[in-house]
Ligand binder design. Structure first.
Ligand code: F6P
Length: 352
């Protein structure tokens, strides 16, 4: 019977445990054995793993994070300047692993895929709250992040209305605006600023001033990757110039200071940060993650290796891992969500 390793790599994300549970339970029922590798590829390097039986994955579907732990920077092919993959493969042979299910983002996928030619075939499961993966319509974790943004906006509205203030909320999302856009729509934001649409500061000021007169307050939802038209680097320029992720964040504070100079109202900013990644996944994310786990188990059973689970429409499918790596799916120019926003009078920070 098959012996399958499972690991989670990169940042934590609501739904990881639901995937671990889904893939493990499905595999166990085919008679396979399952071993959880601890803290991503770190566990491969440090030889830390444990057998996952039905009991080990029971009662975890609603828990945030990952029971296996994770690691951002453990790369066996470049570990402290050394390629330790031969040693890792010895460990794999000792454990007797026939295949690996790697749950993670870009980084995890490209490392995992290098084990396939070494004799450890890989199935990938995509993970990101940012929803910015090519070839998959939705990623688990996104719905949870959006629901937290929506709740935060509703809570900020209280202060905005009571004080007649401008409240700026900064969301995660890296170089993509999905979380800010859907969270902003769900939470009733008046202005939504995303990286795909560099904003015009003068226009944001104009909208706030108009609202000062009419509604008396303004809620702004800004993605951490958003930039003004005439300042900072555009998303594309950054992606082209640097393969390393930059530290994002802080844009809400910058916008607050810029707005303060031009408005009568007081301006306050909130950076939501990792709150968006923590806690229990929404039911939607639990179901999607469970389906991804189930599908990954099917792929292992069918020998569909070097591929990653994806969601097309409402069906699970798979795509070659190389095709997904290092590509970001941004909010497209013709997205109906953008139309919906502007039709409702929500400003995207662009002059009409
Ligand atoms: O990709 C997920 C994400 O949460 C992004 O939205 C954010 O920019 C980044 O990870 C934060 O990474 P870290 O947890 O390493 O600070």
């Amino acid at each position: 019977s098959l012996h399958v390793g499972v690991l989670t790599g990169g940042g934590d994300c609501p739904g990881l445990n639901a995937v671990i549970r889904g893939v493990t339970k499905s595999l166990l029922r085919t008679g396979a054995r399952v071993t959880g590798i601890e803290r991503g590829f770190m566990g491969m390097i440090e030889r830390r793993s444990r057998l996952l039986d039905a009991r080990a994955v029971s009662g975890i579907i609603n828990e945030g994070g990952t029971i296996l732990g994770t690691h951002n920077f453990a790369n066996p092919f470049a570990w402290k300047g050394e390629d330790v993959s031969p040693r890792v493969m010895e460990y794999v042979k000792e454990l007797g692993l026939d295949a690996l299910v790697a749950i993670g983002g870009d980084g995890t996928m490209s490392i995992a895929n290098r084990f396939t030619p070494l004799g450890l075939p890989v199935v990938g499961v995509p993970k990101t709250i940012d929803n910015d993966l090519m070839y998959t319509d939705r990623t688990f974790g996104f719905d949870s992040a959006v629901s937290i943004v929506a709740e935060a906006l509703a809570r900020l509205e209280t202060t905005a209305r009571s004080h007649g203030r401008v409240m700026v909320l900064e969301t995660m999302g890296r170089y993509a605006g999905w979380i800010a856009l859907e969270g902003g729509l769900a939470g009733g934001a008046d202005i939504i600023l995303i990286p795909e649409r560099p904003y015009d500061l003068q226009e944001v000021i104009r909208v706030c001033k108009e609202r000062e007169k009419k509604q008396g307050y303004t809620i702004i939802c800004i993605a951490e990757g958003a930039r003004p038209v005439d300042g900072g680097m555009t998303v594309q320029a950054h992606l082209e110039n640097s393969p390393d992720p930059i530290r994002l964040g802080g844009v809400a504070n910058v916008l607050r200071e810029q707005l303060k100079e031009h408005l009568e109202s007081e301006v306050r900013s909130t950076q939501l940060g990792h709150v968006q990644r923590g806690g229990t996944p929404t039911p939607y994310d639990r179901v999607l993650a469970t389906r991804f786990g189930w599908y990954a188990a099917k792929m292992v059973a069918n020998g569909e290796f070097g591929r990653m689970v994806a969601l097309k429409g409402d069906e699970c499918t798979s795509v070659p891992i190389e095709e997904v790596a290092n590509r970001t799916r941004n909010v497209p120019d013709d997205s109906t969500l953008l139309d919906v926003a502007t039709s409702l009078g929500i400003s995207l920070g662009q002059p009409a």
